[in-house]
Design a protein around this ligand. Structure first.
Ligand code: UTP
Length: 482
């Protein structure tokens, strides 16, 4: 092992202590090229090393690499989760009306903020910029960031309320994200009402648990998952900022779902009525093989289970009406109670989300420090999942929604959940609004027009608003209602 050079303007003692600690954990290769590094590179590497909790990393590698990865799940504890059914399916719509007015009151009183975890790597999409910059709207090709900004602003305007937006970025995309907002005048937000903060990272390891280096002076670090939102929200001061503003409810939506209702009064109202700490929207599964995480009940508490962990015979079970017994699919739309976020984000052993492993291609170097060309996964990244927070709630709620109204994730470059499906689902939804308002539009058997048009959130954010506003404007190729 190289000795730390005496000419270094670092606290020599500290540098030596760090190296010795890494040695103790058999990770001293991190400093292998120390002698070749410049002063700044050494400083940088030391700072990265100091951020790693080696005890935690050892625990994770022991758990995920040494032990076999079979989870023991007691399926006898698992039953279908209760959920609030769609307005159109219930015999008592008054309950929905009450929820709406409760939600509207909370929005009007400035109790609600928007939050987007936007630190993902978007590796499946392969877009060379933050995913939020991806152009998605049918005619104007506005980005996901702009689309969500317009949706939030439309609700702010409707209720004469201030709705701040907190955006979690990552080490890799933070600067590009902030710059995008700056060059676009924050899409109409006051600068102080859009707050950006970076999520934490975890070191990536090889299949023997050794920390991978992305080059001679940088540790390969990957974002700690959307479950890292809680820690980042707390440690960045965002939760304190929310408390100062009097915000109690945080509307959580992912960066890639163009159809999401960013701020939904009904959802917020049910959340308040049920005094929920964490509420989730669910789409009802009709195909037992559909690859979507399930919201279930475990010993009477709402929880989640990944589709890959759920046995086929259970997934195929039917209820008395012929629907799937386990039907509530999780779509990454949640409401969080602010105080619950604080609990999960503070250093509290009883409220520590578990890490999951993902086998990935991780850019790294060989023994001589040269970049390695990768044709297969070579390592493991560790991430936390936001929906695991359900296991820490004492009171959670599920609300049904329709996929075609609210779920269109952009994950892949082609095929399922791709730019093409995102475009078509927007066109189908807009066309259904035009039809519902009595407008003229010709659609094919998939509910698609043969041309592109767009309804901006400033015109209508949902079908009811559209019906109230639509005045028979002609709908043709390139038309933008705004
Ligand atoms: P995904 O699970 O789709 O992951 O994220 P991803 O990293 O964006 O994409 P792939 O898997 O590499 O293709 C779902 C949501 O969680 C956020 C994403 O930005 C998206 O809003 N996320 C994910 C984070 O904010 N941080 C993470 O570490 C992971």
């Amino acid at each position: 092992m190289n000795k730390i050079s005496p000419d270094l303007n670092l606290d020599k003692l500290e540098a030596n202590t760090v190296v010795n600690t890494f040695k103790k954990f058999e990770q001293e290769h991190v400093f292998k090229f120390w002698e070749e590094l410049s002063k700044d590179e050494r400083q940088n590497l030391l700072e990265q090393a100091l951020e790693i909790d080696l005890n935690q990393l050892k625990k994770l590698t022991d758990e995920h690499l040494v032990s076999t990865d079979t989870k023991s799940i007691d399926f006898s504890e698992i039953t279908p989760a209760d959920y609030i059914k769609l307005k159109s399916k219930v015999s008592n719509p008054a309950e929905w009306a009450e929820a709406k007015s409760l939600g509207e009151e909370a929005i009007r009183n400035g109790k609600v903020a928007a939050f987007t975890p936007a630190g993902g790597q978007g590796s499946r999409l392969g877009f060379n910029a933050p995913k939020g910059m991806y152009p998605v709207t049918p005619v104007l090709k506005n980005s996901l960031f702009q689309l969500f900004a317009e949706k939030i602003k439309a609700v702010s305007k409707k209720y004469d309320a201030n709705i701040p937006w907190y955006i979690m970025t990552s080490l890799d995309n933070h600067d590009d994200t902030v710059e995008f907002f700056m060059t676009n005048d924050f899409f109409g937000f006051n600068e102080k009402d859009v707050q950006f903060f970076s999520q934490y990272t975890m070191p990536a390891v090889d299949f023997n648990g050794k920390i991978l280096m992305s080059n001679k002076h940088n540790i390969a670090r990957t974002p700690d998952g959307h479950g890292g939102s809680f820690k980042a929200l707390v440690k960045s001061g965002s939760v304190d900022d929310m408390a100062k503003r009097g915000i109690d409810i945080v509307s959580f939506f992912q960066i890639d779902n163009s159809l999401v209702r960013c701020i939904d009064p009904y959802f917020i109202g049910f959340h308040i009525k049920q005094q929920s700490q964490l509420s989730s929207k669910a789409c009802i599964k009709t195909d037992p093989k559909e690859k979507v995480g399930l919201l279930i009940s475990k010993n009477g508490n709402i929880s989640t289970i990944e589709y890959s962990d759920f046995p086929d015979e259970m997934a195929a079970k039917r209820d008395a009406d012929g629907g799937l017994l386990f039907s509530t699919g999780s779509i990454g739309i949640h409401l969080f109670d602010r105080q619950f976020i604080s609990k999960l984000g503070e250093d509290n052993e009883d409220f520590q989300l578990p890490f999951h492993k993902a086998v990935k291609k991780i850019s790294t170097i060989d023994a001589e420090g040269n970049p390695i060309a990768l044709d297969a996964p070579n390592g493991i990244k560790f991430e936390m999942f936001g929906f695991d927070a359900l296991d820490y709630t004492s009171n959670a709620m599920i609300l049904e929604t329709l996929r075609e109204n609210e779920f269109s994730p952009l994950k892949n470059a082609t095929g399922k959940d791709s730019p093409e499906t995102v475009l078509n689902l927007q066109l189908q939804l807009f066309s259904s609004w035009v039809k519902a308002a009595g407008g003229k539009i010709e659609l094919d058997e998939n509910g698609l027009p043969s041309f592109s048009f767009e309804i901006r959130p400033s015109y209508a954010n949902n079908v009811d608003e559209f019906i109230a506003k639509y005045d028979g404007e002609s709908i043709a190729d390139g038309v933008v209602l705004q």
